[in-house]
Design a binder for this molecule. Structure first.
Ligand SMILES: Nc1ccn([C@@H]2O[C@H](COP(=O)(O)O)[C@@H](O)[C@H]2O)c(=O)n1
Ligand SMILES: C[C@@]1(CO)OP(=O)(O)OP(=O)(O)OC[C@H]1O
Length: 155
């Protein structure tokens, strides 16, 4: 049995779509990154890699490698999951939280769960996604960016 945790932050920018958990969310700003900057999929990828002692997403998909410019983070997570599976592990569950003052995530959570469950080949009940503001405090509270955290258990 192995436990893993992930944490990621991306700052808001103009002229990019906001993609979180593989779902495009209508908002006036998107997130900046070398890839599509899907902060939730990155943190889940990091949790899975952490659980198997394989570093983090930046080790496997370097942010100075042109191959990952604009990358679809769903493809990165799929590759991480293949790597985990090849080592003989099954996913017991993931619990995660998106930390964002805006926009409201609740209307998109079920779709995110379904996307992630499909990528990880598990029932959506094994994937939990929460959202919280930081009551207008700190960089997320000021609307400068979005953070996400996740834990996973592999058996
Ligand atoms: N970006 C967000 C933040 C929060 N939610 C939902 O609202 C609830 C209350 O948030 P608090 O920060 O006041 O605790 C929270 O439990 C989430 O369900 C959201 O959808 N999107
Ligand atoms: C996902 C990768 C891919 O190059 O790039 P970013 O979108 O910048 O994301 P981040 O979480 O900052 O770093 C991990 C990188 O590997």
């Amino acid at each position: 049995m192995r436990i893993g945790q992930g944490f990621d932050v991306h700052e808001f920018c103009e002229d990019r779509p906001l993609i979180i958990g593989g779902v495009t969310i209508p908002h006036e700003k998107g997130l900046l990154g070398h890839s599509d900057a899907d902060v939730l999929l990155h943190t889940i990828s990091d949790a899975l890699l952490g659980a198997i002692g394989e570093g983090d997403i930046g080790k496997h998909f370097p942010d100075n490698d042109p191959a990952y410019k604009g990358a679809d983070s769903k493809e990165l997570l799929k590759e991480v999951w293949r790597f985990v599976k090849d080592q003989g592990y099954h996913l017991e569950n993931i619990d995660s939280v998106i930390i964002a003052q805006k926009p409201k995530m609740a209307p998109y959570i079920e779709e995110m769960r379904a996307v992630i469950a499909k990528l990880l080949e598990v029932d959506a009940r094994r994937i939990n996604i929460k959202a919280t503001t930081t009551e207008k405090l700190g960089f997320t509270g000021r609307g400068e960016g979005i953070a996400a955290q996740a834990v996973c258990l592999l058996v």
